[in-house]
Design a binder for this molecule. Sequence first.
Ligand SMILES: O=C(O)[C@@H](O)C(=O)CO
Ligand SMILES: [Mg+2]
Length: 257
Amino acid sequence: MKFSANLGFLWTELPLPRAIHAARAQGFAAVECHWPYDTPADDVAQALAETGLPMLGLNTRRGDVAAGENGLAALPGRGAEARAAVAEAVSYGAAIGARAVHVMAGRAQGPEAEAAFVDTLRHACALAAEQGMTILIEPLNRHDAPGYFLRTTDQAVAIMDRVGADNLRLMFDCYHVGRTEGDVIHRLGALLPRIGHVQIAAVPDRGAPDHGELHYPAIFAELARLGYDAPIGAEYRPGGPTEPTLGWLRPWLPASA
Ligand SMILES: O=C(O)[C@@H](O)C(=O)CO
Ligand SMILES: [Mg+2]
């Protein structure tokens, strides 16, 4: 197994370029982030070049976070802002060589929200395809993201089918699936052809993936059996400095690391 450090949660006390170096020093094979937009893309690109780590993905902006917004893509009447957020993410992602953009749906319900989401995703997939990038959508659990449009993996598959783009994939976050859907190992197998990225954290506390309801050694064994060899995103809250929480990673590092 190879792992990607999610720098939206790990090493958040460091500026993003230094967090990329910290991830490399601890043996991660890749990095991913949430909202890197306050850091000049050139600085991120330089850190990636210095470390040799790929940036797997970044998120579209969420809108007015102070007002509770958590994405724009499924908000009826907000299509222009949603497209602007996609354009910004694809442009920033292309500048740093990122492989994927996670398009955040936002808090909305109903057929109009679904139509808005599908419309934004079609646009996003076309834009991302020009850069050879993938678009990801991620169901978020109702405890952490109340009111979020995209709730379940079944719903995500239905949306992907409706959009009908080759570069649209599911972000399968074992934490979110574990919190509300369960049956994680079975779902990974069933959904493998639709999955673009896998993320991990303990259930239910979202700590390091070494305790809680999900037994990650079994999940990693299943992913290996399925032939999944892309880096898995460590997207957990370390609750302090990251290094002391990395015991789970050590068995997967080469002996020299
Ligand atoms: O699981 C999450 O919360 C993230 O993957 C994300 O991108 C939305 O915050
Ligand atoms: Mg996630």
